[in-house]
Design a protein around this ligand. Structure first.
Ligand SMILES: [Zn+2]
Length: 184
């Protein structure tokens, strides 16, 4: 009897309970918001900017776990966890899917140009058409256009990580131009 009263910590909780605690801890590190918004990971990240979380004996991608914990599906061999939003920290399962690398690259090529131009247009407060002319070097040649060819090479053979990397590039190009980059 005395031994039982002294045992304050249960070192071997029921597996289902331990799992629930882990999953709960995982979601506390995600900034969950509306279904159509990105849900940024607030925890540790790897060198590529992807969220990481220790689960079942090893470090795993936070976005992979977000999808698994939401759908009950595990990522299978040869599949990648891919973002439709190109936001490497995003853990919104609506923005995630398990897909092959080949399909992911194809998908990025198909939507990449439109998505980037839309981001740029919003960022600089101009129309998509203006951005199109800028990236082709027809307007604002001082910011370094045409820049599309260089980026296309950059994208080839890469994976989900490219979205976040590319997103920083327009700013880089603008700031190195010395023109102040104030497109009005
Ligand atoms: Zn997202």
């Amino acid at each position: 009897m005395q031994d039982l009263t002294r045992r304050r910590v249960n070192l071997h909780p029921a597996p289902a309970l331990a799992e629930a605690v882990t999953v709960s801890r995982f979601w506390r590190a995600v900034d969950v918001s509306a279904a159509d918004q990105c849900w940024p990971w607030q925890g540790d990240t790897d060198k590529n900017g992807y969220g990481v979380f220790f689960y079942l004996g090893r470090i795993r991608g936070a976005h992979e776990l977000a999808l698994s914990f939401s759908t009950g599906e595990a990522r299978t061999e040869g599949m990648e966890t891919c973002h439709s939003c190109d936001n490497s920290t995003c853990c919104n399962p609506h923005h995630l899917r398990f897909d092959t690398r080949r399909s992911n690259i194809k998908d990025m090529h198909e939507r990449g140009r439109a998505a980037r131009q839309k981001d740029l247009a919003e960022h600089f407060g101009v129309t998509d058409g203006s951005v199109s002319m800028i990236v082709r070097g027809i307007r604002w040649a001082s910011v370094g256009g045409p820049i599309e060819t260089k980026r296309s090479q950059y994208r080839n053979g890469t994976d989900c990580a490219t979205g976040a990397t590319e997103r920083t590039r327009p700013t880089d190009a603008a700031s190195t131009s010395g023109a102040g980059a104030s497109p009005r």
